[in-house]
Design a protein. Sequence first.
Length: 51
Amino acid sequence: MVWYKVLERGTFELPRAEGDSVELSFTDLQLLLAGIEIKSVKRRKRYPPAA
């Protein structure tokens, strides 16, 4: 599947690729399209709520 978005200004900062393509999770794609640097995001462990 191919995704694209037209920018009015600015650039996307793509993660480094070890080949000709880059594979992103859905969450990383959302961050990228929102203009958030993926490498600056701190991910915390999420636990299910207690029953």
